[in-house]
Design a protein around this ligand. Structure first.
Ligand code: ADE
Ligand code: ZN
Length: 350
């Protein structure tokens, strides 16, 4: 994506790259690049239904969330061992580091793996080894958000929670929260009201996808029934003035993923994306990558594509980076330290 940038855009890209920022909406399974997918398929003696990396990448043409999810779940089928999960997560951490990310909150979908016979212990062990190593070698802190697949039942979510809870102590430094993802239409947040109530009682931080393809009403129930602290996507919130007003008053962050919205036809064109308008109305907008291996760009590409399409100023881009730090689940002392670093980086680079 950066190859197409003109000179002033290259300077803007350098400016955004050096801003310390957090990525708050990324699915680790969505960071599995075709090259690594082929490598893992070979290592695990799995035959992919594509002859090459290029033909696989060419298949990444989506007309809806579901058309993407079909390929995404199939792609995750190459992940079998602890080393596979480590390799995928480590590759993402290097990409995030190159983009100036200093903290990540990463979603993982255990049900995608346990239904294939891969133990949740294997998934967590591989992810945790990469994230702990990246904390030391790349100076990036991370949290994990265990996400329930909303096309499955609440009963299945409870079973997943029960299988994961014995591991909580081992991963207390990482696993701090719960998310809700997969096919949004006809799977409203309230379907998971009881399991979210249990997770809240257990002290987990709560987020949920809402208002991506689904209506603003789902944002309302994610906020009021599930009690989430952040909304993943939430771009349809602007359809309901009362929901919008609540987001502004409560300072509830939206983790927006512009290139995802474009690739999944949530918007026809990035110039029509409402993130700049929402930001200017006072919504706590953050920019994230969602599933970068499938949507053609990591977090910096998402900032740059938005900057170009929506004419975001340097100050707005700095505000977006600051929002990502504020909206994270980091302790206040860490947020303050990173926000000071951000202020320094912004002023030195101007
Ligand atoms: N899982 C991975 N990416 C997703 C998205 N954009 N929406 C819902 N579920 C997802
Ligand atoms: Zn997502």
């Amino acid at each position: 994506m950066n190859a197409k940038l003109s000179l002033p855009d290259e300077a803007l890209r350098r400016y955004v790259q050096q801003l310390p920022k957090a990525e708050l909406h990324v699915h680790i399974e969505g960071t599995l690049e075709p090259e690594l997918m082929f490598e893992l398929a070979q290592r695990n003696h799995i035959t992919l239904p594509y002859p090459s990396v290029d033909t696989l990448r060419e298949a990444y043409q989506f007309d809806s969330l579901q058309s993407f999810l079909d390929l995404y779940y199939a792609g995750a089928g190459v992940l079998l061992t602890e080393q596979d999960f480590y390799d995928m997560a480590m590759a993402y951490m290097h990409r995030a580091h190159a983009d100036g990310v200093v903290h990540t909150e990463i979603m993982f979908d255990p049900q995608t793996h346990t239904t294939r016979g891969v133990a949740i212990e294997t998934v967590l062990a591989g992810l945790a080894r990469a994230l702990r190593e990246a904390r030391k070698t790349l100076n990036i802190s991370s949290y994990l958000l265990m996400s329930f697949l909303r096309h499955l039942s609440e009963e299945d979510a409870f079973q997943t929670l029960d299988a994961a809870l014995p591991l909580r102590e081992t991963y207390r430094d990482l696993w701090i929260g719960i998310g809700l993802d997969s096919a949004e239409r006809d799977n409203p947040p309230e379907k998971f009201a009881r399991v979210y109530a249990r997770c809240k009682a257990l002290g987990f931080k709560l987020v949920a996808h809402a208002g991506e393809e689904g209506p603003a009403e789902y944002v309302r129930t994610a906020l009021d029934t599930l009690g989430v602290a952040r909304i993943d996507h939430g771009v349809r919130s602007s359809d309901d003035q009362a929901v919008l007003q609540d987001l502004i008053e409560r300072r509830t962050p939206l983790t927006v993923c512009p290139l995802s919205n474009l690739k999944l036809c949530v918007v026809d064109d990035l110039s029509q994306h409402n993130l700049a308008k929402l930001l200017r109305q006072g919504v706590m907008i953050t920019i994230n990558s969602d599933d970068p291996a499938y949507f053609g760009g990591y977090i910096l590409d998402n900032y740059m594509a938005s900057a170009q399409a929506l004419h975001l100023s340097h100050d707005e881009l700095t505000t977006l980076a600051g929002n990502s730090l504020q909206a994270s689940f980091l302790p206040q002392a860490d947020k303050t330290r990173l926000l000071n670093l951000l202020a320094q980086a912004a002023s030195q680079a101007r």
